[in-house]
Design a protein around this ligand. Structure first.
Ligand SMILES: CC(C)(COP(=O)(O)OP(=O)(O)OC[C@H]1O[C@@H](n2cnc3c(N)ncnc32)[C@H](O)[C@@H]1OP(=O)(O)O)[C@@H](O)C(=O)NCCC(=O)NCCS
Length: 201
């Protein structure tokens, strides 16, 4: 989807895809959009931070997350859910198998290695974004360990990878929904689970 303030709905989650001027901070732009969407003065919107830096919207049962890459900012907003979003601009990555070997689960690295070389970098990026979107919803971010949640289906450019296994601290794969974001020029993934008992750190 082209950058626009008009959000797109994915189940219970709205996603805005905005232009962000180079070097601009993301939070003021996110705050402006969130305030407009929620009908709250952006300056009065209370956005705290979790212990690992995750934005925490202090408004009823609403939750948000955002991601920026290059000149783009994607913001996710949902009620009754906990959301994570990640966007990345594709670029040449000659050493994806080394990176996968270092950060991903062994089965994922094997899956990437089995792909034709010209499809590996895109599959790697879909996998990276899927993992990061879940870890951003959870709140620990990358420090939790990208190898502690496993996907398949990352060779399909038209769909989100499928969660097949994860550390119990993240819940169970069936708790989560992932969607691919159809963004022009970027790879993007959205993840959410119903709000309720928080998964542990
Ligand atoms: C925070 C983190 C998820 C950012 O990833 P990124 O791809 O560089 O950046 P993105 O644009 O996707 O996301 C940045 C936004 O995520 C949000 N964010 C920050 N910490 C977060 C967390 N722990 N969980 C969820 N969201 C977080 C913030 O809104 C941030 O934007 P802001 O700084 O402008 O407010 C990642 O750097 C991380 O997990 N850091 C934790 C420390 C860590 O693990 N370091 C080891 C790296 S291997």
């Amino acid at each position: 989807m082209p950058a626009s303030a008009r959000p797109r709905r994915f189940g219970p989650v709205l996603v805005a895809d905005l232009a962000l001027p180079p070097k601009a901070a993301a939070e003021p732009a996110a705050r402006a959009w969130l305030g407009a969407e929620l009908g709250v003065d952006p300056a009065a919107l209370a956005i705290g931070r979790g212990p690992h830096g995750r934005p925490a919207l202090q408004l009823g049962d609403w939750d948000c997350n955002w991601s920026h890459s290059g000149d783009r900012l994607a913001i996710a907003l949902g009620e009754g859910v906990r959301v994570g979003i990640d966007i990345e601009r594709p670029r040449a990555r000659p050493r994806v198998l080394e990176l996968a070997d270092r950060y991903f689960a062994p089965g994922e690295t094997a899956g990437l290695a089995a792909l034709p070389e010209d499809r590996r970098a895109d599959a790697f990026l879909r996998l990276w974004c899927a993992k990061e979107s879940v870890l951003k919803a959870h709140g620990r971010g990358l420090a939790f360990g990208l190898h502690r949640l496993c996907f398949d289906g990352f060779e399909d450019p038209a769909a989100a990878p499928r969660l097949v296994a994860m550390d119990a601290a993240l819940g169970a794969p069936g708790d989560w929904t992932l969607r691919r974001l159809p963004l022009d020029g970027f790879v993007g993934m959205l993840a959410w689970h119903p709000a309720g008992p928080r998964f542990s750190d």
